[in-house]
Design a protein around this ligand. Structure first.
Ligand code: UDP
Length: 194
């Protein structure tokens, strides 16, 4: 799969539609997947913090979430196809999940925010199977929460803890799960909560 290196981070060069097909396929195959949606601030942190940089290298896909990243790719003459915003890709994956009866878990944001986001997501996708939700003010080492999540066997895990916490959380716990696509979604639950 083709990638473009921007400030030491390898971005996957696919359109939104292509990513959705790739991810859907991997979910169907129960192939575990770690997705990072990276904006320029995230790239900047990766260049300052070697630990975070190593974490990003464990991701299966890094998506260009920000026009700044796309512009940078044009400047180096290796243009990325398009900006793929985390919020938008989450929306597309929720549509797929509703159609294919995939199990969804929502992790992140404040307690009241995730409750509102849950209600609004369920309103928009009445047949969506949200198997669980958890606010994001947790210790990244909290095993009790992870164990409960593992038992639910989710297919799609949206992790909105902000960066770098969300990527550290995914890297730390992904191996405990049998399957699932794990995606850092930043402040997306706040948007869903309205
Ligand atoms: N957040 C969280 N746990 C924390 C810190 C932050 O769940 O320990 C949530 C916060 O409530 C917000 C999101 O993470 O919903 C971060 O959003 P922000 O817009 O700051 O991050 P970005 O989108 O830039 O990653």
């Amino acid at each position: 799969m083709s990638t473009v290196k921007i400030q030491n981070v390898n971005f996957h060069n696919n359109s939104m539609g292509e990513f959705i097909d790739i991810f859907d396929n991997r979910i169907q195959e129960q192939e575990k997947t770690f997705v990072v949606t990276a904006n320029p601030e995230l790239v900047s942190l990766a260049n300052k913090d070697p630990k975070y940089y190593r974490t990003l290298n464990h991701a299966d896909f890094v998506l260009a979430d920000g026009i700044g990243v796309v512009i940078a790719s044009k400047i180096i003459n290796e243009p990325l196809k398009e900006r793929v915003a985390g919020f938008d890709i989450m929306g597309e994956l929720l549509k797929k999940a509703e159609k294919e009866n995939l199990k969804v878990f929502l992790l992140g944001a404040k307690d009241t925010t995730i409750e509102k986001a849950y209600v609004n997501i369920q309103k928009k996708h009445p047949n969506l199977n949200i198997v669980g939700k958890q606010h994001g003010y947790i210790d990244i080492n909290d095993e009790e929460i992870v164990n409960k999540m593992v038992e639910l066997e989710p297919d799609l895990i949206f992790v909105g803890l902000g960066f770098p916490k969300q990527e550290f959380w995914i890297e730390k716990h992904i191996d405990k799960f049998k399957k699932g696509l794990f995606m850092g979604v930043g402040g997306s639950f706040d948007v869903w909560a309205g």
